[in-house]
Write a new protein. Structure first.
Length: 277
């Protein structure tokens, strides 16, 4: 009886594993667009997904700057197409997505990663004297790229996926700064916005087989952080309960997880080493 029970449990486990495998999305030969792909998180995510032998449409403001990422992705097994586009311009986004789909086939994924910072206090006083305040230009520049750019790319991706009839995955890159971070009124507002958009889109687009999620990195060892003085990086690391800053590849693994898990949608992955602002 015990042996029969064990055999039954084993068969059940095998069926469960088979079901899990069936629920894993296969992105081989599927077309995925990544914005801000020239460096940092965009490059890391591109190289991680390239290992699945997918087709990558890499978008950045300067097409030539994507060359290094493109070479690494091709070496990993991906077919790559580089496109120059300004994500703040509607026509640029429309043309870029259309060009990739025309050359590489139906769109299966879009990672909305392009973003900038223009940090500063809302208003700054020193010894009771006004020093400066965040300018409208500093506010708008971040809004245009980080929020409007994600809206334009997400909208374009959704339409192509619906018309392609095969569903797909959209990932918005948010940040733990979405909870509100000192000196980042503009940046925090945009990162809260793109996370909220991901939730809305997940609800609206699920009937088309489209999953939408966001990733919220904490301090990550990108080129910007790498260029900081060692003492500053040490202070940053001490702020993280995990005792270190994260690596771009760890963010890339989160993106890979989202693609692979067919049931994961409408959520945000906080990747911050338990820092949570």
């Amino acid at each position: 009886m015990i042996q029969l029970l064990r055999f039954s449990v084993t068969i059940h486990n095998l069926d469960f594993i088979k079901t899990l495998k069936e629920d894993v999305m296969d992105i081989k030969n599927k077309t995925i667009i990544i914005t801000g792909a020239a460096r940092g998180l965009g490059a890391a995510m591109a190289e991680k997904l390239a290992g699945h032998n997918c087709k990558l449409g890499l978008i950045d403001l300067d097409k030539d700057s994507i060359a290094k990422t493109a070479s690494a992705c091709e070496a990993a097994g991906a077919e790559v197409m580089c496109v120059s586009a300004d994500v703040t311009k509607e026509d640029d986004v429309i043309n870029a997505y259309s060009e990739v789909v025309k050359q590489m086939g139906p769109l299966a994924g879009s990672i909305n990663n392009a973003g900038i910072t223009r940090d500063g206090l809302l208003v700054k006083y020193k010894d009771g004297e006004f020093v400066k305040r965040m300018s409208l230009e500093e506010w708008q520049a971040v809004i245009d790229i980080n929020l409007t750019g994600v809206f334009l790319c997400g909208r374009e991706a959704a339409q192509h996926m619906i018309e392609g009839g095969q569903g797909g995955v959209i990932i918005n890159i948010s940040s733990i700064a979405r909870h509100g971070n000192f000196g980042q009124t503009n940046y925090s507002a945009t990162k809260a916005g793109v996370q909220s958009m991901a939730v809305v889109w997940a609800k609206e687009l699920s009937k088309y087989g489209i999953r939408v999620n966001s990733i919220a990195p904490g301090f990550i060892n990108t080129e910007m952080v790498a260029g900081m003085p060692d003492n500053v990086k040490e202070k940053l690391a001490k702020m993280v309960p995990a005792g270190r800053i994260g690596e771009p590849d760890e963010v890339a693994k989160a993106a890979e997880f989202i693609f692979m898990n067919e049931y994961y949608s409408g959520r945000c992955i906080d990747l911050d080493g338990a820092q949570r602002l």
